[in-house]
Ligand binder design. Sequence first.
Ligand code: BGC
Length: 499
Amino acid sequence: MGKVGLGLAVGCAVASCAIAAVMVGRRVRSRRRWWGVVRVFDEFEEAASTPVGRLRQVVDAMAVEMHAGLASEGGSKLKMLLTFVDNLPDGSENGIYYALHVGGTNFRLLRIQLGGQRAILEYDVERELIPQHLMTSTSEELFDFIALSLKEFVERKGNNLQIPQVRGTNLGLTFSFPVKQMSVSSGTLIKWTKGFAIEDMIGKDIVECLQRALSRRGLDMTVTALVNDSVGTLALGHFYDKDTVAAVVIGTGTNACYLERADAVIKCQGLLTTSGGMVINMEWGNFWSSHLPRTSYDIDLDAESQNPNDQGFEKMISGMYLGDIVRRVILRMSLESDVFGPVSSKLLARFVLSTPSMAAMHEDYSPNLSEIHDVPLKVRKLVVKICDVVTRRAARLAAAGIVGILKKIGRDGTGGITSGRIKSGKSGKMRRTVVAMDGGLYMSYTMFREYLNEAVAEILGEEIAPYVILKVMEDGSGIGAAMLAASNSAQSVDTVQVL
Ligand code: BGC
């Protein structure tokens, strides 16, 4: 080889070394970036972990907070609200009843015909989206919209009955927000949750607002039951199965209620009820404990929410927030690396990733994960893993909450709780115990449901778990309200006395 040839060969070798070095450098950098992303994931997974030991701490904390919330007004972040529901439907109810359910994203209208002997002869339900602007407008606008929808519904479903013929018809109202009840058919709004913000409504009697709107529309119907959606769910659960002692809703928001002994409601000395018990609306969305596995993403989500420092448990569990936690983790990763490509700028918008979309990605069993677009397969797999961590944590925390309720009422097979102290050891005989379940997240997100059911059994242990049954009560929140409207029109409305 001559000089020129050698020179060329050396030149080529240097050039290809340089190219190789650039390639290797790029690969190393890209591998480093990928490892950066994986590190973000690992840290998140660790911070969000829910080993059974931690869940048991949450169980105890829930039971203790329940006790504190019953002991004094403001004694806990758990409001433990009186519902004045002391008798749950038993299946003997008869007649045609209407119910309205004002809650998260949907608004539901129901009509049921009860035939006694635990029979629902006819059942009609229609769902409508509450227009976004009404969620932050005025109480009059919101209730006018509701009353008009009800009027149209009654006209459509009333078997050609003319409006005057529904005169005096009893109506159940499910209102899925924290309400301070004065009786079973009246109560004032404490605060909004789930993105609603109608300032003039706070402190107002919800039933009065609805009754006025019904009169404006010429509808002569009487609200005989005002209930939280969890209470409606408990009512339907009890209608079918008298071992139902608690109900949980996990949808846009989350909450639970249960049947408590009247004498355990210490903050209400001398509470007398015909049954000796009362349903307590826990408003568990606001539960808080240092044992909850809170991550930096939860802290940011809370700080940027409409209600900072509020509804902490709800923000880790319910449908309004899960998608947004996933979005925040992906956003953090995309700041670490360009593996998410141009998608990342879209990730800046809050709530752009809804929980149903997250569930679709999580439960996508296609080989190339086709629910996720525009990123390589390994990135898609990582996104699925993020969804899994978020959902698993939510479901397991909700499971711990459920066992916490069972512990408070001595149905978890342990010593229960007295005077705010957790007793240890085993209690005597375990009784069949049913928890009624409703809410879109639990009903439609299979992985969530499975994780929750599994965790309840894991916390309780194999000896006790078979006694505890979680029963789905679809539309329970609304149907139960109609049933309570039925039972409360048959008997005197306020059988409950607070002395
Ligand atoms: C509300 C509860 C309601 C729950 C489920 C929460 O945001 O505070 O009253 O039961 O959502 O709808």
